[in-house]
Write a protein that binds this ligand. Structure first.
Ligand SMILES: [Zn+2]
Length: 93
């Protein structure tokens, strides 16, 4: 039951993320990211890997090489948002 529920949310989140097509549409993309975060909070759904797709601070959706800078150092993935300069770090498995 719970699994089915999660799948439904995932479909909904993917649907939202699919609406992001251009990095030029910053306002539209932020709105979508905020909606995705809202869905995950409301449903207690973990975004897990998907949270790496956008900036935690300004909710800028990352387009590698365009609005973010990605570097791998000491088994850490470092993503710098070129919109607000916030740096996210993720451990690589
Ligand atoms: Zn940012």
């Amino acid at each position: 039951m719970r699994k089915k529920f999660n799948e439904k949310i995932l479909v909904q989140i993917n649907d939202e993320l699919n609406k992001i097509t251009s990095f030029n549409e910053i306002k539209k993309n932020k709105k979508i990211i905020n909606k995705v975060i809202e869905i995950s909070k409301r449903t207690n759904f973990s975004l897990s890997e998907k949270r790496k797709l956008f900036c935690k601070k300004c909710k800028n959706y990352f387009f590698p090489g365009k609005n973010c800078y990605i570097r791998v150092k000491n088994r850490n993935k470092i993503i710098k948002c070129l919109n607000c300069s916030y740096i996210s770090r993720y451990k690589l498995k």
